[in-house]
Design a protein around this ligand. Structure first.
Ligand code: CTP
Length: 355
């Protein structure tokens, strides 16, 4: 891909990643001036004049180009308002989150534009905000810092850490939780264990919840043993997630965590039978570890050997009673896993007086 112009720059993550020698997820372009004007002679797919952005098809690839712009945050924590489209590159870079993300590379000369010491901070492995209001304007940046520290092993520089602490001590809960959730998931999906450790140690959990749930066992051990599809929610499900926009599946996980402590194995089986694995793991962490693990290790795979056909062959007409019989057999099998199919047949015959 060789889209070049002396006013066109690679910007943000792609420049950072090139310096770090890691592949980039996406390539952002920034045009110093009006990107839509610049794209007039190209194959424009979509343009958004309000934001000064344009998508073009170039050499078979879809490329997004943003005009240089400034941003203000009339409502702290919410989406910024775009102003001064076509401003200087320096002013565009100034609105960004961390020095390592505020560099640009000219597409013609290859010159690296680094007004804020991004290169040095990459060398020092430091995450540094560009101004003291950065987290107040956009608290998502606290999670972005977490994401970059998990991904690259970077730490917050001292001043930035102080600003983060200050924000977390006095949070304005009126913010865009949509973006927060996106960053949260991305971060935990990189490395749940590392993300959780930093999330707790640095008090970042306060973005969601004032309280730290008491967990007496290792979440990581549970995750690696039982392999849930959505591990991040096992890490975070005991925090108050009500501010996040949870999907139907995620909501189901949280709402399905049982609270009772059943006495019999059959009751344990029934309690967990139809709920997601993630909910069972959250039960293990918050209610009773032994009951949950006993179910997963010893009871979960219990299956009655007879099926509907077998009951029909025994002359039992299809109906509600089938469920009752299967439950009866399940209870028997949970007590004695070595029952054979003919044992089950005998149990049914005995119970229902079939000769
Ligand atoms: N940015 C910002 N504040 C945010 C989000 C983004 O200043 N809350 C700026 C940063 O300069 C960032 C750029 O917008 O580099 C692009 O954002 P995004 O694609 O989300 O981040 P990347 O840095 O490219 O990170 P990733 O590698 O995770 O895509």
């Amino acid at each position: 891909m060789t889209l070049k112009d002396k006013n066109l720059y690679y910007v943000g993550g792609v420049v950072r990643d090139e310096m770090l020698g890691t592949p980039s997820f996406d390539i952002d372009f920034c045009y110093e001036g009006n990107a839509i004007e610049f794209a007039k002679n190209l194959n424009i797919l979509k343009e958004n004049p309000d934001f000064g952005t344009v998508r073009v098809l170039y050499n078979g690839q879809e490329i997004d180009i943003a005009s240089t712009r400034e941003e203000t945050y009339p409502k702290a924590g919410h989406l910024p308002v775009v102003k001064n489209i076509g401003c200087s590159l320096k002013n565009d870079l100034k609105r960004r989150d961390f020095t390592i993300n505020a560099m640009a590379k000219n597409t013609v000369s290859g010159e690296i534009i680094d007004y804020f010491g991004g290169m040095e901070d990459i060398r020092l492995k430091k995450l540094k905000v560009l101004h003291s209001n950065s987290f107040i304007d956009d608290p998502t940046r606290i999670l972005r810092a977490l994401k970059f520290s998990v991904r690259f092993g970077f730490e917050l520089d001292d001043e930035t850490k102080k600003l983060q602490d200050k924000y977390l001590e006095n949070i304005n809960y009126d913010m865009s939780y949509h973006r927060l959730k996106k960053e949260l998931k991305e971060t935990f999906n990189l490395n749940n264990e590392e993300a959780y450790k930093r999330f707790v140690e640095q008090g970042i959990y306060k973005l969601l919840d004032n309280n730290l749930p008491t967990i007496t066992t290792s979440i990581e051990q549970l995750i690696s043993k039982y392999n849930p599809i959505t591990p991040w929610i096992v890490y975070l499900g005991l925090f108050d997630l009500s501010k996040l926009e949870l999907s139907v599946e995620e909501k189901k996980i949280i709402e399905s965590i049982p609270t009772q402590k059943p006495k019999t194995e059959f009751e344990i089986y029934k309690m967990f039978e139809n709920i997601p694995l993630e909910s069972i793991l959250l039960y293990a962490l918050s209610v009773d570890y032994n009951i949950a693990c006993h179910y997963l290790d010893n009871l979960k795979s219990t299956r009655v050997k007879l099926n509907g056909e077998d009951l029909k062959k025994l002359g039992i007409p299809n109906g509600k009673i089938y469920k009752e019989i299967f439950n009866y057999l399940l209870e028997k099998r949970i007590k004695n896993q070595s029952l054979s199919k003919s044992d089950e047949i005998n149990l049914v015959k005995e119970k229902y007086g079939i000769l």
